[in-house]
Write a protein that binds this ligand. Structure first.
Ligand code: SAM
Length: 279
């Protein structure tokens, strides 16, 4: 069915990360994992020729399908204009404002995986079932002390519980990508640890992981152009050696938040004492 649509519209794929999921068993497993009910609105990013879209629409109240490639937008209109519960949005998912949705289910364009995930994680929704490159998926769920543990892991964990639901082989797609893929289940929830200044915590995590081979002390000093910590040397000297002598990749998200919170406290303390002395 999926192959016949590709043939009918002479779609070859390859550009815009176009790897169409042709193995119907995987499409069915993705839809089953989304556990949709007729009250729910689903967002789909990169709808392609609508192979997943049509399955989602059978279970959900509404599917909002975003697609960048005008040739594929044409196919989607051709196939679904008569289907009441499918809305097609032509455009770049990175630039569009997302509408309200309950769940997001997508076989994502891999070259925008990071940006689209960071964008999604800042939205309110109950469940994400998302296909990524397998290597990327492993980075989202890695424990500390591993090479895959990264800024992406900590940011993901801050916003949601993430787990790998299934690995998907290259051969399930047409054209086949060069690497295997995996479907991630993302369940947004409040952060399981305290963060006193979210924007600073995000910058801190980005900064220290950009220097992942350095001990935390040097990573903070080297990236202070991003962090903007006043009197950074004195601040770093007041932080516990247990943390400063380790690398970011050896600290749990909770421990990284603890350090970021201590810096926030020291920053506000130094601002307070400066104001006191100026008064
Ligand atoms: N949903 C189809 C499937 O499961 O077979 C296609 C998935 S394919 C991996 C990714 C799709 O995302 C392609 O149709 C591509 O044109 C589209 N795409 C690429 N970049 C995009 C962007 N920035 N915004 C929206 N769609 C994009």
């Amino acid at each position: 069915m999926v192959r016949s649509i590709l043939n009918k519209y002479r779609i070859k794929g390859g550009t815009f990360d176009q790897h169409f999921l042709v193995e119907t068993s995987y499409l069915d497993r993705i839809v089953a994992a989304a556990d949709l009910n007729p009250e729910e609105t689903v967002l789909e990013i990169g709808a392609g020729i609508g192979n997943l879209t049509e399955r989602l629409a059978r279970k959900a109240k509404k599917v909002i399908a975003i697609e960048l490639d005008p040739a594929l937008v044409h196919v989607l209109h051709d196939r679904f204009d008569a289907v009441e519960n499918i809305e097609i949005i032509a455009g770049d998912a990175l630039k569009l404002d997302f509408p309200e949705f309950d769940k997001v289910v997508s076989n994502l364009p891999y070259s925008i995986s990071s940006e689209i995930t960071f964008k999604l994680l800042r939205h309110r929704f109950s469940l994400g079932i998302l296909m990524y490159q397998y290597e990327f998926a492993k980075r989202m769920v890695s424990p500390p002390d591993c090479k895959d543990y990264s800024r992406l892991t900590v940011d993901t964990y801050y916003f949601a519980d993430a787990s790998i639901l299934m690995k998907v082989p290259k051969g399930a797609f047409q054209p086949a990508p060069e690497v295997d893929s995996a479907v991630i289940k993302l369940v947004p929830r409040p952060a399981p640890f305290e963060v006193k200044d979210e924007a600073f915590f995000m910058d801190f995590v980005a900064g220290v992981f950009s220097q992942r081979r350095k001990k935390l002390r040097n990573a903070i000093l080297n990236t202070n152009y991003m962090l903007g910590i006043p009197e950074v040397k004195e601040v770093v000297n007041q932080l516990p050696e247990d943390f400063m002598g380790k690398r970011a990749e050896n600290l749990t998200p909770e421990q990284l938040a603890e350090v970021a919170n201590m810096i926030v406290d020291l920053k506000s303390g130094s601002r307070g004492s400066k104001q006191d002395s100026e008064a």
